[in-house]
Write a protein that binds this ligand. Structure first.
Ligand SMILES: Nc1ncnc2c1ncn2[C@@H]1O[C@H](COP(=O)(O)OP(=O)(O)OP(=O)(O)O)[C@@H](O)[C@H]1O
Length: 691
């Protein structure tokens, strides 16, 4: 955490985070009593035996451990040092002392002192358990013909602030009267709200979830049953913003959760508001929205919003690290959503950049301002039933986020037909995948540090705001020639929260997919993004993918061959995962150090002890023990020599995105999901200006 962060961060949010973690743990206790017991046992073992199996990686604290800033981190959950192995054989019989010594030597991790081995009595989960709300809590809209029908809340969110023909919700020519985070009076024009009814949302397996309520629950919900009764409605009325709109009435919302939802819909992000102090800090202030007016939340933020004055400050320091309170605080951004969308005709097409599964990206010039921007057209080919949910999510999340390591969506524009929706994004010259294909030498350690810091900052920001990216990979990391890195492609991302329905496992491109996903875990957490970051860090250092499996089994095989076969000792709960029944060859040792030597005479990638420690922590099998973004940012590696390179001195490359990169042969991860989607959508040749 950056110095001063605690001070700048709204007290309410801080309290919430703590509460959320506590509740997370309670929830976890409730749902997984045995697993938690196992975990405690494992930790005890680690302490008593003085070592722990890996790549439940060896977690000696010593020189590489971030300083303990609070008595909670995952780091303290770890047992004392040791290195990989994680051999299945170790479960049945302890390896010999010779083996242990060899392991230590091979992994370059020394044992830890007794003092290091001590763990704090108070432990906090680092990665919230993830599931989505299985309650029947979809938002509803009243269909003129068939009566009430369900509408996805994600759609509701975006719809409410994008008054263009397709998403015609019309501007809420209304007044949202914010009295307090606990009480919101909202009045909305009911007739205009009927635009909702025309929207149909493509749903997917996991998507019958109330996004907002997930957040609400995870942030606000208490174990208190009474509160549940009051605030989590069985009959969807009173809490749904859509419902509120339908009635066209002033609705008094008594829940902080609902307050958050309503404001969320107005300006874009609940997390933004909840963290910004806009709502909580502006009790009894009116948030007036007149037709045609910009809904400028900044003005409403008032003095008591610590983030309020820094909405657009991206000031860069000389050093690569860009941490500052305004970046870690919840994001806030003013977007004039009530003036209608511009059309794509206001942009001059320069070239097609690339085509992904969900969109095709163009480099364009804004005719009005002359600015070069990227235009991502949402693919609608297969979306006969409505606007694709992946795109709604992406637009929604990106519009509400503002962070130097997250690509900025400036606005949404429409094409000639109702169906065509484009995201206008800041333009970046390359993506990391393309850059690495161009480079002759891999990045140096100091350059990797610069990139990893930026990446970790972005991921920390996402996780702090309850978003999982779920598809971190080199092609989703954009770069420019100012040394800046930005995460893009939020098509698979989602908000996470508290109990109960499992998420889809088909997330994250194969090479970057965490072992728990590959093994079929139905619940997962922010730790899946951290695994991807481990794979990316290794790739940055070696200029090649770390685990380039051809299928899920092959991917697991490659991981196990390098990090050792996991077992119940190093990863409690492993044996219960569906994929654990598959027989893999036994690999006793963690061989990662063979790929990243402390000193290399053959030109292979080198990595210091501290760097290797961080890499192992990112690639720890047990998601519970895997390092969090916050702790990774404080890792010793970033403080030791060579220091992270300044962004200004990062290497530059010819702008790859000035070319059409669609048909370039890339090393491509053979992700079954991706391939299947590509096949379904077919290849797209140029058809029109922005087709
Ligand atoms: N803002 C931007 N500036 C420049 N190039 C971009 C930008 N956004 C995306 N791109 C390029 O377009 C490619 C595809 O974009 P993106 O990943 O957002 O699409 P997608 O359809 O969601 O992809 P995927 O198939 O990975 O899910 C990126 O790899 C990058 O090369």
């Amino acid at each position: 955490m950056a110095p001063g962060y605690e001070v700048a961060r709204p007290a309410r949010e801080r309290g919430l985070d703590l509460g959320a973690s506590r509740r997370s743990k309670e929830y976890y206790h409730h749902r997984h009593p045995s697993r938690l017991r196992d975990l405690e046992r494992c930790r005890d073992n680690g302490r008593s035996k003085g070592r722990e199996l890996s790549n439940g990686y060896s977690h000696g604290r010593s020189p590489h451990q971030p300083p303990r800033r609070r008595p909670s981190g995952r780091t303290e959950d770890r047992g004392p040092s040791e290195v990989s192995s994680g051999s299945g054989s170790e479960k049945s019989g302890e390896p010999s002392l010779k083996d242990k010594d060899r392991e230590r030597r091979e992994n370059g991790v020394a044992g830890v002192s007794q003092e290091d081995a001590k763990t704090s009595p108070s432990k906090k989960r680092k990665h919230s358990p993830v599931t989505c709300d299985g309650n029947d809590s979809k938002l509803q809209a009243r269909d003129a013909v068939s009566g009430i029908r369900e509408i996805n809340p994600v759609a509701a969110e975006i719809l409410m602030y994008h008054p263009h023909p397709l998403l015609d919700l019309s501007s809420p020519s209304s007044i949202a009267d914010v009295h307090s985070p606990m009480n919101l009076d909202v009045s909305v024009d009911s007739q205009k709200a009927q635009g909702h009814e025309e929207i149909r949302i493509m749903d997917e397996q996991e998507e019958e979830y109330p996004t907002m309520r997930n957040i609400l629950k995870s942030r606000w919900a208490d174990a208190d049953v009474e509160e549940e009764k009051v605030f989590v409605p069985k009959k969807k009325k009173s809490v749904s913003p859509v419902d509120s709109i339908e009635r066209g009435s002033i609705k008094k919302v008594t829940s902080p959760e609902l307050g958050e939802v309503l404001v969320y819909n107005s300006v874009g992000s609940s997390s933004r508001l909840s963290g910004s102090g806009v709502v909580q800090g502006s009790a009894n202030r009116n948030l007036e929205v007149d037709k045609g007016d910009s809904m400028d939340v900044e003005e409403e933020a008032g003095d008591d919003s610590p983030a309020g004055h820094r909405l657009y400050s991206d000031s860069e320091s000389d050093v690569c690290r860009s941490r500052s309170p305004e970046h870690t605080l919840s994001p806030r951004r003013c977007i004039n959503m009530l003036q209608g969308c511009r059309t794509v005709d206001e942009f001059e097409r320069l070239n097609t950049i690339n085509e992904g599964t969900y969109g095709i990206v163009f480099r364009v010039r804004d005719k009005r301002t002359g600015e070069i921007v990227a235009l991502k057209k949402v693919k609608m080919e297969k979306e006969k039933e409505g606007f694709p949910l992946t795109s709604l999510r992406e637009i929604n999340i990106l519009l509400s986020f503002h962070h130097p390591s997250i690509v900025e969506v400036k606005e949404v524009v429409v094409g000639s037909s109702d169906k065509d929706i484009f995201m206008v994004m800041e333009y970046m010259e390359h993506d990391l995948k393309g850059v690495m294909e161009t480079m002759k030498q891999p990045y140096s350690q100091s350059e990797v540090k610069c990139l990893m810091l930026q990446l970790l900052e972005g991921v920390k920001y996402l996780h702090d705001n309850w978003v999982l990216h779920r598809d971190l990979k080199t092609s989703n990391i954009l770069m420019n020639n100012r040394g800046e890195l930005k995460i893009c492609d939020f098509g698979l991302s989602r908000q996470y929260g508290s109990p109960s329905k499992p998420y889809t496992q088909l997330v994250v491109t194969l090479w970057y997919r965490a072992p728990e996903l590959l093994l079929g875990a139905k619940e997962y957490s922010t730790a899946i993004d951290m695994w991807s970051l481990g794979c990316i860090m290794a790739e940055l250092l070696s200029k090649g993918p770390l685990f380039n499996g051809k299928s899920e089994i092959d991917q697991l095989d490659k991981i196990f061959k390098t990090l050792g076969t996991p077992n119940e000792d190093i990863w409690p709960g492993y044996s219960k995962l569906p994929g654990a029944t598959i027989k893999f060859g036994k690999q006793t040792f963690n061989r990662l150090r063979h790929k990243f030597r402390a000193v290399s005479f053959t030109g292979g990638p080198t990595l210091s002890e501290a760097g290797f420690d961080l890499l192992n922590r990112l690639l720890t099998y047990d998601p519970e023990k895997r390092i969090s973004a916050d702790d990774a940012l404080n890792h010793e590696w970033f403080r030791e020599l060579p220091l992270p390179r300044s962004k200004d001195f990062m290497p530059t490359f010819p702008a790859l995105n000035e070319q059409d990169r669609r048909f370039k042969k890339h090393m491509k991860s053979p992700d079954p999901l991706e391939e299947q989607l590509m096949k379904e959508q077919g290849s797209i040749a140029d058809r029109g200006l922005f087709d």
